[in-house]
Design a protein around this ligand. Structure first.
Ligand SMILES: [Zn+2]
Length: 352
């Protein structure tokens, strides 16, 4: 009898305590996300709120604030895309409505520590609020270069811990500005052996190149502008605005054995003529399942406005992976750009 009363009494106290604490989530260590009034839905699960808050604060600290009226952050029981399961997902334009939204897999959340949870939420918010895609790059020391590393990046949710200020600061800086320089701690001993294993000086024969063009754009071989020899590849977006990217693509399917583990480099000479807008080059490496193993791009990090002489541009991928089947090198204009560029002297290089 006494025991029963004690239990009842204890339950009573627990009940009282819960009521007292229940007045405010703050008192039991939870912060709510404060939404602003607006035209979109704003609803952040209370268990995700502190991470979403931190993202907004880190953005504001870097002069990159967002209105707090457009974000849904919620838990779901399943995230499967093309038959593959994921722990999170983010949309910058959910269903074409402009709504920003992230989903977190409830089961995965339960297995993660605080740092891993932060990296997961920041990654998905990087898709949703920064419209960032995946960056499967590596540093010279082979560490992953970004919290925006995609689904092939095993273990990237341990690239920093909240206790390691230096690494955390770098990865957050990179999240909000992917153009920042490598950090000092990510360097490696200098590479001394450089091998140019493929050169294309562009000739009238150019069957390895394919053009993918937006409306009104023309692409072809120029026989009047060249860095070496007589020819270069040209893309002319004219004066009319194009809405889709217009690029030349070179597919590489054979690599020398020495390339594995090396710094893989592509170099091209590019000349601009009356360019207004953005040009870019990228490397995309896929395995036999057509999954993106690495990608590197110059997106928005270099400009080539106006009219220039030929200039050498490079992209590097450090720590070349084993299971690459094909690499596509893509170079050209982002949609909305006008003018002409000429491309010459493509080189693929590895350094060890
Ligand atoms: Zn992602």
């Amino acid at each position: 009898m006494l025991i029963k009363r004690l239990i009842r009494l204890r339950l009573f106290y627990i009940w009282i305590t819960l009521i007292l604490l229940g007045c405010s989530n703050d008192e039991i260590g939870l912060t709510e996300f404060e939404c602003a009034e607006g035209n979109f839905e704003c609803n952040v699960d209370v268990a995700l709120a502190s991470y979403v808050n931190d993202f907004f604060e880190e953005a504001e600290a870097r002069g990159n604030g967002f209105p707090r009226d457009n974000i849904i952050a919620e838990f779901v029981d399943e995230i499967v895309i093309n038959g593959i399961g994921f722990s999170g997902r983010g949309w910058s334009d959910y269903d074409g409505t402009g709504q920003k939204k992230i989903e977190i897999l409830r089961n995965a959340w339960g297995t993660m520590n605080e740092s891993q949870r932060e990296i997961l939420v920041f990654h998905e918010l990087g898709h949703a609020l920064l419209s960032r895609g995946h960056r499967n790059s590596r540093f010279p020391n082979c560490d992953r270069a970004s919290v925006m590393c995609g689904d092939v990046c095993d273990g990237f949710r341990t690239i920093y811990t909240q206790a390691d200020d230096q690494r955390r600061t770098y990865y957050l800086d990179e999240l909000f500005d992917p153009c920042i320089e490598f950090p000092d701690w990510a360097t490696a001993p200098p590479l001394t052996n450089s091998v140019i294993f493929l050169t294309d000086e562009i000739s009238i024969e150019h069957e390895n190149w394919n053009s993918i063009l937006g409306e009104n754009t023309v692409a072809g071989i120029s026989d009047s502008v060249a860095f070496s020899g007589q020819y270069s590849l040209a893309i002319d977006a004219g004066v009319q605005e194009i809405t889709h990217s217009s690029v030349w693509r070179y597919d590489l399917v054979e690599f020398p054995g020495g390339v594995f583990g090396s710094n893989f480099k592509v170099r091209a000479k590019v000349k601009a003529e009356e360019v207004v807008g953005t040009w870019a080059m990228s490397l995309q490496a896929r395995n036999s399942d057509d999954r993106l193993i690495f990608n590197e791009n110059t997106l928005a990090c270099h400009t080539l406005d106006g009219t220039t002489e030929f200039e050498a541009f490079e992209l590097n991928h450090y720590c070349f992976e084993n299971d690459i089947e094909k690499i596509s090198f893509v170079i050209g204009f982002i949609g909305g750009t006008t003018g002409t560029i000429y491309i010459d002297d493509l080189q693929f290089i590895y350094e060890k």
